[in-house]
Design a protein around this ligand. Structure first.
Ligand SMILES: [Zn+2]
Length: 165
């Protein structure tokens, strides 16, 4: 074709939707599409066609270089559905296969993560969880990484009330 088209690689496109907190233990928040279950959605193209994948699974596969079987459940230690902070070193990863669940819960209970909130977003009713994810994405897109706004969004506090801060 000879057309000089500049395209982001799939990985670059993925990371263009992620905002990382400044500290090593901070969450990396997905700001792309969010599904009606409150989790993210990232579209990829394969020979079989286009399909949506979970950003946290995509990040985990990138970090580990391993394809996750569809049957393997990934769990968040930070309880933030749109977090994609994956690491091959599970001690630093916010997502891990369900078989590591006990380790993750131990770690979470020891308060290892700065972002850890007492609220378990994953346990909220679906519509509430979706709204929290959308609110969280909005504050990140509008304001960048502002811990007080992130906390407010996670807790469902009305962020249009400036006096709260
Ligand atoms: Zn996280």
């Amino acid at each position: 074709m000879g057309m000089a088209v500049t395209r982001l690689s799939e990985e670059d496109r993925f990371w263009s939707h992620v905002v990382k907190g400044p500290e090593p233990d901070d969450c990396w928040l997905w700001t792309g599409a969010i599904s009606d279950d409150g989790y993210g959605r990232f579209w990829i193209r394969r020979e079989s066609g286009q399909r949506a994948v979970r950003p946290q699974r995509y990040a985990y596969e990138l970090a580990t270089g391993e394809a996750l079987p569809a049957s393997t459940l990934l769990l968040h230690s930070c309880d933030i559905p749109i977090c994609v902070h994956a690491s091959a070193d599970l001690n630093g990863s916010h997502v891990a296969p369900g078989s590591h669940r006990d380790n993750m819960l131990d770690r979470a209970q020891r308060g290892r993560y700065r972002n850890r909130h007492t609220l378990r977003l994953g346990d909220l009713p679906r519509q509430v969880r979706v709204q929290r994810s959308l609110d969280l994405r909005s504050v990140i897109l509008d304001h960048g990484w502002k811990p007080e706004l992130i906390s407010a969004a996670l807790l469902g506090v009305e962020i249009t009330h400036p006096r709260l801060f």
